[in-house]
Design a protein around this ligand. Structure first.
Ligand SMILES: [Zn+2]
Length: 337
């Protein structure tokens, strides 16, 4: 089911500005020694780095595009090209030993290509000494190498590092592109738009949610809530059981809450503008008023706050589910510490 992403960066979805910058440098024959791909997680920075390496070393390159068939392109597509290295954080950070090892590696010429391309992922995770070590490498860049640093846009990086790179900005993908990518990865037509919205244009994050089976659990929670019958006492056990399963999501629990918020907002839109069209979300059997929907959104906001303060997840999920089911107007009557 899963389609492989195209190799050449020019054929990847989105990042039009980044593509223009890179194509201009390629056309002028002025690829710098270091690029900094800066933008949110999961929007394709690593794929673009590989796609750029493909163009630089393609044996049959035409107008800034890689052929995808020559030996170099094939090795890159299979991720076993000797002149394409990816250095990733180990245990959450890029370490100084990794940078030193890399500097030694760079002092040798590339094995078989015009240019070796090295991707250093998430440089915002470096401590100062590792950053200083990298700075030395950037100050005296060995020939025939291109360093592609990637970094999360929201985190601080040493300004001296930034100033030695050409910065290529990366942005979230459009909803349409994200949905297309998710479907290429085998996500179904109902889940793809939900995950695309939840991920805010980050296909990488959306696929992570998909692997966590977030939409399946969301559907179960929603079904439980909308099916709430006349006798609330009978619904207690399923709610408690569901709260346990939600808590088992651990760090991913806020993402499930994100999906619930999207669902409630959709219901609110339908309630405020019934003729607005669009796909109807799963609706409660006894329809909820705008006020009740707002109260539920508020209950989620409160749960998010509590999770951010490291409150007990199971307890937060329990209180939230009761509030969502009953539409309790003031969730603040519960106090969780
Ligand atoms: Zn090629």
């Amino acid at each position: 089911m899963t389609e492989l992403p195209p190799l050449c960066f020019t054929r990847l979805l989105g990042q039009e500005k980044g593509k223009r910058i890179l194509l201009r440098s390629l056309a002028a024959g002025r690829i710098p020694h270091a690029l900094l791909f800066r933008g949110p997680d999961g929007v394709g920075k690593a794929l673009f780095a590989r796609g750029l390496a493909a163009v630089l070393n393609c044996r049959d390159q035409a107008a800034g595009a890689a052929c995808g068939r020559c030996p170099s392109c094939r090795k890159l597509a299979a991720m076993n090209h000797p002149d394409f290295l990816v250095v990733r954080p180990e245990k959450g950070a890029l370490k100084i030993e990794q940078i030193r090892r890399l500097s030694r590696e760079l002092s040798y010429p590339p094995y078989e290509s015009k240019r070796r391309v090295v991707v250093l992922e998430d440089i915002q995770t470096m401590r100062r000494e590792a950053a200083n070590s990298l700075l030395k490498t950037l100050e005296e860049p060995p020939a025939d190498n291109l360093l592609v640093l990637t970094a999360d846009a929201s985190r601080e990086i040493l300004p001296t590092l930034v100033s030695r790179c050409q910065v290529v900005p990366f942005v979230p993908l459009s909803l349409v592109d994200t949905v297309t990518l998710l479907q290429q990865h085998g996500v179904d037509a109902v889940a793809a738009p939900l995950l695309a919205r939840l991920s805010e244009g980050s296909p990488g994050r959306a696929l992570l949610f998909h692997r966590q089976e977030m939409v399946g659990l969301w559907r179960e929670v929603v079904t439980l809530l909308v099916g709430a019958g006349e006798d609330p006492d009978r619904e207690v056990l399923p709610l408690l059981h569901m709260a346990e399963r939600m808590a088992a999501l651990q760090e991913a629990l806020p993402s499930l809450l994100g999906l619930l918020k999207i669902w409630l907002r959709d219901l609110l839109c339908v309630d405020l503008a019934p003729d607005s069209g669009g796909e109807l979300p799963i609706r409660p059997t006894k329809s909820w008023s705008s006020g009740q929907l707002f109260a539920r959104l508020q209950a989620i906001a409160l749960a998010e706050e509590q999770l951010a303060r490291n409150c007990n997840r199971a307890l937060v999920a329990e209180v939230l589910l009761f509030a969502l089911q009953g539409g309790i107007e003031s969730p603040r009557r519960f106090s969780i510490r």
